[in-house]
Ligand binder design. Structure first.
Ligand code: SAM
Length: 330
């Protein structure tokens, strides 16, 4: 438990800071020098030791993320190790889906429980523009492979940006009427110095709900798709899928925040909002014992901020934060 009474049980584990997309809200146009050299990244053995330390402290839910986690060589074997570890009750992944067509079956067989796919538009040209060059078709093939592989539930994460994809909200809602998909609309956040975020591009929760249209029925938590994040879910009558909303700014959820993030470089961040992290890799490489690593994790948790300051930053002319998502574990 942290000093504000929050029980932390959820680790977002970044296995690489690299990505094969360059989404405008996530990365700057030029990434030269941004990504860590290979020797700076946690090795498989180090990841396993660190995950064990988190499990020993009561963490039971792990999301593999990045960067793009499917770019990490040997990711399937790593998932196999984690899925067999006592104490891990939930093992999920966030991916852009580009490599899922080839990998979804192997990931499911290795023991991955469920998957979130980031997909901000259903229009191929817009997809290329938002991701600076990606192929929508490739993601849709990945999505199909995830269904075939039996990953369940499958969630689609849609970051909503005014004037870019906000008019597609009804189209995404309709998807949930035809497929057992869980679409979540996510408020754009001012994270990292990408030069993209502005208050004008941010679409607050209330407006997302309005655009999603009438006929959405609030779902009681027992009928929400499996997950431990901050989404609130709705459903169109008779639809196989659901519609969720995640609003870090309009309706912050810091009071119930249950998560921390471990970056690919082995730095533990307790808040997305750019507070300094605690380096776990250096002590590990210097021979720290598992108990010493656990003590460092506890120390970081004691310093978890009560809340982020993203909303306050909306009012400042440059509402950036010091680190990009990929540098913390998105
Ligand atoms: N590559 C993986 C993926 O695409 O899901 C995992 C990493 S990505 C950084 C994780 C999530 O962060 C994605 O759903 C992405 O849309 C979201 N994200 C990145 N920057 C964001 C921002 N400024 N505001 C809101 N969501 C953001």
């Amino acid at each position: 438990m942290d000093p504000f009474g929050r029980t932390l049980s959820y680790l977002r584990l970044s296995v690489t800071d690299r990505c094969n997309l360059r989404c405008v809200y996530c990365l700057p146009a030029l990434v030269q020098g941004l990504f860590a050299p290979p020797q700076e990244l946690l090795t498989d053995d180090e990841l396993i030791v660190l995950v064990r330390a988190f499990v020993a402290l009561g963490f039971s839910r792990f999301r593999i993320t990045g960067g793009e986690p499917l770019l990490r060589p040997g990711i399937v074997s790593l998932i196999r190790v984690f899925s067999r570890m006592d104490g891990i009750a939930d093992l999920s992944m966030s991916t852009n889906g580009l490599r899922l067509e080839q990998m979804a079956g192997d990931l499911a067989q290795a023991g991955l429980h469920r998957i979130n796919i980031s997909l901000d538009t259903l229009c191929p040209q817009r997809f290329r523009a938002i991701t600076r060059g990606g192929s929508l078709d490739q993601v849709l093939c990945g999505l199909e492979a995830a269904f075939r592989g039996g990953l369940d539930p499958i969630k689609l994460n849609v970051v909503v940006m005014r004037g870019i994809n906000d008019h597609e909200i009804p189209r995404f809602v309709r998807l949930t009427e035809d497929h057992p998909l869980h679409v979540r609309f996510i408020e754009l956040m001012p994270i990292g110095d990408t030069g993209f975020f502005s208050k004008d591009r941010w679409v607050p929760l209330e407006e997302m709900l309005e655009k999603a249209g009438e006929g959405l029925i609030p779902l009681p938590p027992e009928r929400w798709p499996k997950g431990f994040g901050p989404a609130r879910y709705f459903q169109r009558p008779g639809a196989p899928g659901t519609v969720g909303f995640i609003s870090a700014l309009s309706q912050g959820f810091c009071a119930s925040c249950n998560r921390v993030r471990l970056s690919a470089r082995g730095v533990l961040f307790t808040c997305l909002d750019g507070t300094d992290g605690v380096d776990l890799k250096t002590p590990l490489r210097q021979g720290a014992s598992e108990e010493q690593i656990q003590a460092l994790i506890c120390q970081a948790i004691r310093q978890k901020p009560e809340h982020h300051t993203m909303k306050e930053r909306l009012l400042s002319p440059r509402c950036t934060s010091p680190r990009l998502m990929c540098q913390m574990g998105g």
